[in-house]
Unconditional design. Structure first.
Lengths: 231, 107
């Protein structure tokens, strides 16, 4: 039994490797940017432990550096992170019967990338909440260490965040390609993409992902119901 | 950053973030869901990944730097799409994506 748990833990850590590959340079860059904006090591560590949201942490640094008020920074970052509502909802069925504390610990460390990797593994089967928790914690620890190291080493590392950031885009593209390709899902994909473009053009970039994803879910549901009726 | 400003930002962002991360998991993981909800939830991965990809590829602000900086992410996404289709490997996609993007910045 214990051997099985160890094996699942190792599987979880191995699954987190692609995330960590992106998190090390991004985390370093996030720490560097935060230090330049005026956050100290303890503040960066607290944010990376408890907030653990790359885009949110980058936003805090850039908005603070540009003179935004703490209240507006807090509200803007909170809005961007509302998309996390969807991730927990989609993964909840795999935690049926799990202890609530374990489910909560897993959910607290759920990022875009962790959601992607865990969802992909759960869909393929042979993936357990235990492995998923280890994958999340491995990625989280990597993020914390990279953030703190970024503050300490400061500007000594020449990092281009745009190029490094594309590693996360590559992960999302790969995970998108692994999804079902039924007509309903293609409708969902198209509507979601269109929703993001529209939201960004309207100047609602902060909630574009959430709005796009909600539109995608609605389009998938509608297409599915229509197909059911015509069958 | 002063500690007073920090704690305001920390309380709002961490509070909202934990609420968004924990609430659905705690509310839904302990019970069997109806067919309608299950079906709606099954579209979330596709819709969320499509939204995340499009959000990364479409950045209207980049247009101010020129057409090529605006189109570069989409151009770099093409080899990643092909790699994902053939290999279904996250590692290979990261390598091709970052390598391709770096090459495109040299153009």
């Amino acid at each position: 039994m214990e051997r099985m748990q160890d094996h699942r833990a190792r599987m979880g850590m191995a699954a987190a490797i692609p995330i960590c590959v992106g998190y090390v340079p991004l985390g370093l860059a996030c720490g560097i940017v935060a230090a330049k904006a005026g956050l100290n090591l303890l503040q960066v560590a607290l944010l990376s432990v408890f907030l653990y949201a790359g885009s949110g942490q980058f936003m805090i640094s850039s908005m603070f550096a540009s003179g935004a008020s703490p209240l507006s920074i807090g509200v803007s970052v909170a809005m961007v992170n509302m998309r996390h509502l969807l991730y927990g909802s989609a993964l909840a069925k795999y935690f049926f019967g799990e202890r609530r504390l374990h489910a909560a610990l897993f959910a607290a460390e759920l990022t875009d990338e962790a959601f992607g990797v865990n969802m992909g593994r759960f869909q393929q089967g042979n993936w357990t909440p235990h492995s998923a928790r280890f994958a999340n914690t491995t990625a989280h620890l990597t993020w914390i260490l990279s953030n703190c190291l970024g503050v300490v080493v400061g500007g000594f590392l020449p990092l281009d965040t745009t190029i490094i950031g594309f590693s996360m885009t590559a992960i999302f593209i790969c995970l998108l390609m692994m999804q079902k390709k039924t007509p309903d899902h293609l409708w969902s994909m198209g509507a979601s993409a269109l929703g993001v473009v529209t939201a960004k053009l309207m100047g609602w970039g902060q909630v574009a992902v959430l709005l796009g994803a909600l539109l995608g879910v609605a389009a998938g549901m509608l297409a599915g119901e229509k197909r059911g009726k015509t069958r | 950053m002063s500690w007073q400003s920090f704690w305001i930002i920390f309380a709002i962002t961490v509070g909202c973030n934990l609420l968004c991360r924990l609430t659905p998991m705690l509310a839904l993981s302990g019970q069997r869901m109806g067919e309608h909800i299950t079906r709606a939830l099954s579209y979330i991965p596709t819709a969320a990944f499509a939204a995340l990809v499009m959000s990364d590829l479409f950045n209207p602000a980049a247009l101010s730097l020129g057409l090529w900086p605006f189109l570069r992410p989409a151009a770099a996404a093409i080899p990643v799409l092909l790699t994902a289709r053939w290999t279904k490997s996250l590692g290979a996609c990261i390598l091709v994506g970052v390598g391709g993007y770096w090459l495109l910045t040299l153009l």
